[in-house]
Design a binder for this molecule. Structure first.
Ligand SMILES: [Zn+2]
Ligand SMILES: [Zn+2]
Length: 239
């Protein structure tokens, strides 16, 4: 597969990544990535950008050095109801939304509430992708969540960064995720979750795992820009 889309990248703006947007764009261009999702963390993440950052996303050019830049966000799921920290933000400049579970921003009141939080979240039509559900820090009923994601036009992310230390131990969870994406024909995406420009467009570890599982390429959107944009438009994005 020729990868044309990276769905998940960070910059210096979040205060725990190390490259600028222009450095990420240059890396994307050098790897043949045509669509770069710039998905900075939502405001509840420790050391997240100030409110002004989110209000100024519209200033970023849509195309930089030939690369289409989609100004998105990685929203934090914040409670058992499936609320996120971007629910009340102006939406015009937001072209892509990942919703992720982070232990810094959500502690379920009971373990099985995590699945209910995700099911509730999926009723929010503005969410485009569930981020790094392989996380070993939460207990998730993957079948229930992925079955509903397939019905709500929500991508399941296979996160390359997870396999490089930040969420060690989630590999078995990825097997489950792949199994249920296949069972329910749920579309999925690779995300690099790059926190340094050299990692932009880097999916080799996660692709290796999915290849071993014979994951069908038809379910992966990284080489399908038209399908990707159709999903985003259906979910209310002004692309
Ligand atoms: Zn994350
Ligand atoms: Zn991230």
């Amino acid at each position: 597969m020729k990868y044309l889309i990276d769905t998940h990248t960070h910059t210096l703006a979040c205060n725990h990544a190390f490259s600028t947007l222009e450095e990420n764009v240059a890396a994307a261009a050098s790897k043949g990535i045509e669509i770069l999702c710039f998905t900075e963390h939502g405001p509840k993440m420790p050391y997240a950008p100030p409110d002004w950052f989110y209000a100024e996303l519209h200033r970023i050019p849509q195309i930089i050095n030939g690369v289409r830049v989609l100004t998105g966000l990685e929203a934090n799921i914040t409670d058992d109801c499936g609320s996120t920290d971007i629910d009340n933000m102006p939406k015009n400049a937001i072209k892509f939304v990942i919703a992720s579970l982070h232990k810094h921003t959500y502690q379920p009141s009971k373990e099985n509430n995590v699945t209910q939080a995700l099911l509730n979240l999926l009723d929010n039509p503005f969410i485009d992708m569930l981020g790094h559900m392989d996380t070993p820090f939460f207990s998730i009923n993957y079948e229930a969540v992925i079955k509903k994601a397939a019905q709500t036009n929500t991508l399941i992310e296979f996160n390359n960064g997870s396999l490089h230390g930040v969420r060690k131990g989630g590999e078995a969870n990825m097997f489950q995720m792949a199994k249920y994406c296949k069972k329910y024909d749920c579309l999925a995406a690779f995300g690099s979750d790059a926190h340094f420009s050299m990692d932009v467009g880097e999916f080799s570890t996660v692709a290796g795992i999915l290849n071993e599982l014979n994951f069908p390429e038809e379910l992966l959107i990284n080489d399908k820009p038209d399908l990707f944009f159709d999903i985003l438009k259906t979910n209310g994005k002004h692309i």
